[in-house]
Design a protein. Structure first.
Length: 129
């Protein structure tokens, strides 16, 4: 068994500024339709949720990077962070990423948190060697 992890922290103000300056160009490049719908439903707190998902995607990339043949074989949209029915975030990874064998991944766990200024994500992956 192999355990990999990734952590990322981001200033919410940086994500807010990117969204306000680049609008759909930034959001459309980074986030999936489901992620956008979720974040936009949070109204005034949407920037915190966008930032948390941005950090989550970075953390997932860090955790899976050892499995990838090439760091450019994955895009922002290949990683999706959605909430299950209980409200807990979950990771969806497209199965068509070069060098990443989804079948070898036994489990993925993610934790997100945000406060007034920062959003943070931690990802742990358990896989077969």
């Amino acid at each position: 068994m192999k355990v990999t992890c990734g952590t990322d922290i981001i200033e919410i103000s940086r994500i807010r500024k990117s969204i306000e300056e680049m609008e759909d160009k930034f959001i459309g490049k980074i986030f999936t339709t489901k992620e956008i719908q979720y974040c936009e439903s949070k109204k005034a707190q949407r920037y915190q949720h966008y930032a948390a998902r941005f950090a989550a995607k970075e953390a997932v990339f860090k955790a899976i990077s050892t499995y990838l043949d090439d760091k450019y074989s994955i895009s922002w949209q290949d990683i999706e962070i959605i909430n299950n029915k209980a409200g807990r975030p979950e990771i969806n990874i497209k199965k068509s990423i070069d060098g990443l064998s989804i079948e070898n991944i036994e489990s993925m766990d993610i934790s997100l948190s945000h406060c007034k200024e920062y959003a943070v994500a931690n990802v742990t992956i358990l896989s077969e060697d």
